[in-house]
Ligand binder design. Structure first.
Ligand code: AMP
Ligand code: MN
Ligand code: MN
Length: 334
């Protein structure tokens, strides 16, 4: 994309439909350290386009994490090939900033002449040629559902199940305030289309490796809470990651344990990554305390109530800076 060209923001589903109708080959990507919404949205849109007869590559910088391998169609998602793919269109899903697609994925997509950016992060700067950014949607998977319905695209089983998991994982099992009537109507429709609720929820939530509990125990040993009880945090050191032989997705969702404590308004998780960078994960229970704003101050982003940062270490420094910013946000709570 040429930076001097005007960018379309808030593209309609019909405009995205035109791009799809007018091209044959696509690479569909999502963010590094993918979650259920990232991989689910890729599979959902990818299998629908394949059912339309399109040539589709599903690429993720880090591949499919072990906890999401149960997705029907997950075998189609690969890590980036070393040479750029011969594709006309690149589609980024659930990815707040272009660099969060990862260097390898960006290289794989470098021959694409049209970029489509579909996301629900309020901080997304609309980096595509066509951008569908709906910050009112609880998950990118729900936007994909809307797109497929609006354009009357096929809904193979892989797509149906992937949409459900994408939305379920991004809404804390249809619990967060972002969950709307549309979300439940969508889930009902997917069940009418043959989705097996019991099985898919068991696959998603009752399938944890034992080491995830060991991680929980290690995290609990680092748990701290502010004097006023509003800010709780814990951390994961590299030594623990090595000792427990952890996978990157083992910590997925654990922050909800401290978010769930009575009186806690903000939860934060600090993790040492290989190479010395620090990953910060934050959750707020109060819209007056906007963790996306705090994340943005350190080059991160996300949503008002759930946001993240990747910043330079060491962990002590990153933790001190972010905790100070969070304490300030709590003190100026709107
Ligand atoms: P996490 O705490 O990793 O589950 O992330 C919470 C939300 O913030 C998710 O929607 C992420 O996509 C988003 N997010 C996490 N890290 C970053 C980052 N470094 N930049 C922008 N958005 C992020
Ligand atoms: Mn995501
Ligand atoms: Mn998402």
């Amino acid at each position: 994309m040429n930076d001097s060209e005007e960018k379309t923001t808030g593209a309609s589903f019909a405009e995205v439909g035109e791009v799809i109708a007018n091209h044959q080959s696509f690479v569909i990507m999502s963010h590094v350290r993918p979650d259920g919404d990232a991989i689910g949205s890729q599979i959902a849109l990818g299998f629908s386009l394949m059912a339309l007869g399109k040539t589709v590559f599903l690429v993720n910088e880090d591949g499919v994490p072990e906890s999401l391998e149960f997705f029907k169609g997950s075998g189609k998602v690969t890590t980036p090939p070393s040479a750029p793919l011969d594709v006309e269109v690149a589609i980024a899903l659930d990815t707040a900033t272009k660099p969060r697609l990862g260097e390898g994925a960006l290289h794989a997509a470098s021959k694409a002449k049209v970029w489509v950016n579909i996301d629900h992060h309020v901080s997304n700067p609309a980096y595509g040629d066509l951008n569908v950014i709906d910050a009112t949607s609880p998950a990118t998977g729900q936007i994909i559902y809307g797109l497929i319905k609006a354009l009357d695209f096929p809904m193979p089983d892989e797509t149906r199940d992937a949409i459900y998991v994408a939305v379920s994982t991004d809404t804390g099992s249809f619990q967060y305030g972002s969950t709307t009537a549309k979300t439940y109507e969508m889930a009902a429709d997917l069940i009418c289309c043959g989705l097996d609720v019991g099985k898919i929820n068991a696959d998603t939530y009752d399938n944890n490796p034992f080491r995830k509990l060991e991680l929980m125990r290690a995290l609990l040993n680092t748990l701290e809470i502010s004097d006023d009880g509003k800010l709780a945090h814990w951390e994961l050191r590299e030594a623990t990651r090595i000792e427990l032989d952890l996978q990157p997705d083992d910590s997925e969702g654990l922050i909800d344990l401290i978010r769930g404590v009575k009186g806690v308004l903000v939860a934060a998780f600090f993790e040492e990554l290989e190479g010395g960078k620090i990953r910060v994960s934050m959750r707020s229970k109060d819209k007056g305390v906007n963790v996306c704003d705090v994340a943005s101050r350190f080059g991160g982003g996300g949503h008002t109530l759930a946001a993240g940062i990747r910043m330079v270490g060491p962990l002590e420094d990153a933790r001190a800076k972010v905790l100070a910013a969070l304490a300030e946000a709590l003190n100026t709570e709107k």
